[in-house]
Write a new protein. Structure first.
Length: 369
């Protein structure tokens, strides 16, 4: 009898030990894996473009006359209004150029005086009816042409001889629209309202005039920062998925807690190959307040293809794909190994989170693979 009791007790003890070991084994397996909770959230499927923030319009300011930068009136970062004085250019002339310019003025003056005398003689003869009205008109035309040549020669000499700060009209010997225009060209005025992005030369630097033959020297770079936009690149594998007018979300590295909304406004028709990779340039206009943004800030843009808000989600790392079916493993202490495989219907995925349409409840714990 005692022997039977001992055998029964031994069997019970062995059973208890086995159960404890099994339960410990199950707990160890769950403890050794990473898990996550199914929860409500937003899922956005998007193409990502990387680039930077730029003003919507940028203007290079150049001079119509060549010479030396006498002075600047603005610094980098200054806000300027349209028509504001930016700089002065002091034309440089060699002694030989001055001699030719003065000679041209004197020649033009003599021709103008000659034309005036011819016109007076023609008028006197007309009173005696010795010349026709056509002769008077020809004389008037010749005088007008001579006056124009004189004005042009005078303007050139004025620019070569005088400082841009000279007040027009202080010297009775210099007058005329061309002279006034030439002096005005020596003072550089702002073509737009905006901010000074850069001063591209220093005071005392030589500059080349802007003309049809030469691009000219850039003096300053101005930008209209009242409107900012994003400029960046997308991979060629994604460019077919996007289109102009689609909504964008813009994330700026310097402002991690702020998301800017925008609209895709441009997709380059031709890709750019860099280090064997082809990318397409894109631009997106920012459609809200941009006062926090600065030119050149690094940014990423999500070009939104589709999105779901307030849906049940699990990490993409929990998904198990088998053919056309999708599964996850949920934690279940009653199952073998402490987890069981569950078939789900998956929806939209952004590569990080996946929408669960059916098969899970909020709060269930899934195993990350």
């Amino acid at each position: 009898m005692l022997r039977k009791v001992l055998i029964i007790v031994g069997i019970v003890i062995v059973a208890i030990v086995v159960i404890v070991l099994v339960m410990k084994g199950r707990g160890a397996r769950i403890d050794d894996v990473r898990t996550a909770e199914a929860q409500l959230g937003d899922v956005t499927k998007a193409v990502v473009a990387t680039g930077e923030i730029e003003p919507l319009s940028v203007a290079e300011v150049k001079s119509k006359v060549g010479g030396v930068v006498r002075s600047f009136y603005v610094e980098e970062g200054d806000i300027v209004r349209k028509g504001q004085r930016l700089a002065e250019i002091l034309p440089t002339a060699t002694p030989e150029q001055l001699v030719y310019a003065r000679e041209a003025v004197e020649t033009a003056r003599l021709l103008m005086e000659q034309a005036e005398r011819k016109l007076r003689r023609a008028e006197e003869l007309a009173l005696k009816k010795l010349v026709t009205t056509e002769s008077i008109e020809d004389a008037e035309t010749q005088l007008s042409m001579a006056e124009a040549r004189y004005d042009a020669a005078l303007a050139q000499l004025k620019v070569l001889e005088q400082d841009a700060t000279t007040r027009l009209g202080t010297d009775a010997g210099y007058s005329g629209k061309q002279t006034a225009g030439a002096l005005e060209d020596m003072v550089i005025l702002s073509p737009v309202a905006g901010i000074v992005l850069s001063r591209d030369v220093d005071e005392g630097s030589s500059v080349i005039a802007m003309s049809s033959a030469y691009g000219g020297t850039s003096l300053l770079t101005l930008a209209d920062v009242s409107k900012m936009h994003f400029e960046g690149y997308v991979d060629e594998s994604d460019v077919a998925k996007i289109h102009e007018g689609m909504p964008t979300k813009i994330f700026v590295d310097a402002l991690p807690d702020t998301t800017f909304t925008g609209v895709l406004t441009k997709i380059a028709p031709r890709g750019e190959k860099q280090e064997g990779v082809v990318n397409f340039r894109v631009e997106a206009e920012i459609t809200e307040e941009t006062s926090l943004l600065r030119t050149g800030m690094s940014a990423d843009v999500q070009l939104v293809l589709d999105e779901r808000a307030g849906v049940l989600t699990v990490p993409e790392g929990a998904m198990i794909y088998e053919g056309d079916s999708t599964f996850v493993e949920v934690v279940d202490e009653t199952a073998d190994g402490g987890k069981r495989k569950v078939h789900i219907e998956a929806g939209l995925s952004d590569g990080i989170k996946t929408e669960v349409v059916d098969g899970l409840e909020e709060g269930e714990t899934v195993v990350l693979q």
